[in-house]
Ligand binder design. Structure first.
Ligand code: FAD
Ligand code: UDP
Length: 370
């Protein structure tokens, strides 16, 4: 009999299992996929660590989280600076002096601010939707070229029908700083995320290709307690209804050229291009293999945003009122399952970045193993 059965080998499950073992507990991990690491899984293709479930850039302001995760991988100095491609015109993101110079020809911060203020005047009252919020932040020119098309593709809805808060977190800077994240610590684990998760799971028994829900009765007999990191509604067989997600489809291509776009991320911000962005994975590790040699080939992924249907891979929880209410109903059922801990992005139905996932599981471990 194990002390814990951990369902899912993503960041939440792997860290929980690691901490359990460290505290002298016995633990078994089951994972329905053929590989560990959940959505941070990276697969080596021709020396390139390909982010199979979407590009993952680690960033945090939480020193405790940073000190914890860097025990399991060395992080490189990658800084996310996406480029926007609007019908062949290239702009620097997030909105900064390079962007304003290209858009309006302004040279000084004072000139840029004057231009921004002139365009912001269009919105006179409190922004009611994403379109108004965007114009009051950066003006109509930037809204039309860099925000409208991208946002409508990503969310599958008109900008007038989307909530203002989605765009509020995008930085607007009057400096030549194109670091996308306002984070103290940022980087990519050298050698890929899978290696980092494998380090977390060192010495722990993992059964791949094992769906907990399909073998629940017999697996439950193996442990005193269960840590479940799959979708909470699936655990209860969707008996109260289905929680919604946005899904993404990735079209991956291996190209026999060394450099396709010269940057890890290029956003296609026009409405007509069907995908939202292209990721060129090698640039997360500066185009080098593990020995520091230049890689001759490249792998790119086009991202198509789509509405999620049951059976698709769930990606982004849709935290609107309807889903939040339904989640709370499931949460009541979950709280009544005394032997089960529900955790992680799917178990808690929360839009967690990696650092928030790590903070959440460490917090849970402190309570569990105190
Ligand atoms: P997951 O990684 O989803 O792990 C859950 C695991 O449980 C999976 O392996 C699944 O197969 C397994 N499982 C589910 N059901 C069962 C079952 N019945 N039986 C057995 N196993 C089961 N965060 C950042 O900080 N930076 C980024 O740049 C970033 N980019 C992202 C891009 C995308 C497209 C997405 C979707 C997320 C991104 N995130 C990013 C968030 C990040 O992926 C999550 O915070 C983190 O991976 C959550 O870990 P988790 O363990 O909770 O979930
Ligand atoms: N966004 C945009 N143009 C861009 C990049 C982002 O309009 O080139 C908007 C879009 O509405 C998106 C939001 O900013 O939903 C947040 O973008 P971010 O890349 O931070 O979101 P993520 O993809 O990480 O959820």
């Amino acid at each position: 009999m194990y002390d814990y059965l951990v369902v899912g080998s993503g960041l939440y499950g792997a860290i929980f299992a690691h901490e359990a073992r460290k505290h002298g507990k016995s633990v078994l991990v089951v994972e329905k996929r053929a590989n560990i690491a959940g959505n941070v899984y990276t697969e080596n293709v021709e020396g390139i660590n390909v982010h199979k479930y979407g590009a993952h850039i680690f960033h945090t302001n939480n020193k405790k989280v940073w000190n914890y995760i860097t025990q399991f991988a060395e992080f490189n100095r990658f800084t996310n600076s996406p480029v926007a491609n609007y019908k062949g015109e290239l702009y620097s993101l997030p909105f900064n002096m390079y962007t304003f110079n290209k858009m309006w020809g302004v040279v000084t911060p004072e000139e840029a601010l004057a231009k921004l203020n002139e365009q912001r005047k269009e919105i006179v009252s409190e922004p009611k939707n994403l379109e108004e919020q965007a114009i009051s932040l950066v003006g109509r020119d930037i809204y039309e070229k860099l925000i409208k098309g991208y946002t409508e593709k990503q969310w599958g809805r008109d900008c007038k029908e989307l909530p203002a808060f989605i765009i509020k977190r995008l930085p607007v800077r009057l400096t030549f700083d194109n670091n996308y994240f306002n984070a103290l610590y940022q980087g990519i684990p050298v050698g890929g995320y899978t290696k980092m998760v494998a380090n977390l799971l060192g010495g722990i028994e993992v059964r791949l290709n094992t769906d907990y829900l399909k073998n629940k009765e017999e697996l439950d007999k193996l442990a005193h307690k269960v840590v479940y990191t799959g979708p909470i509604d699936a655990y209860f067989d969707y008996k109260l209804g289905t929680l919604e997600y946005r899904s993404v489809r990735f079209e991956n291509e291996l190209l026999d050229i060394p450099n396709y776009q010269g940057n890890a991320a290029v956003n296609y911000t026009d409405r007509e291009t069907p995908f939202t962005r292209i990721i060129e994975h090698k640039w997360f590790e500066f185009g080098k293999d593990e020995n520091g040699n230049d890689l001759p080939k490249t792998v790119i992924s086009r991202e198509y945003s789509s509405e999620w249907k049951k059976g698709d891979e769930p990606y982004y929880p849709v935290n609107n009122e309807k889903n939040s209410k339904l989640y709370l109903e499931y949460k009541k059922l979950a709280d009544a399952e005394k032997k089960v801990i529900f955790g992680g992005r799917l178990g808690e139905y929360k839009y967690y970045d990696m650092d928030a996932t790590i903070a959440s599981v460490l917090d849970k471990c402190e309570k569990e193993f105190e």
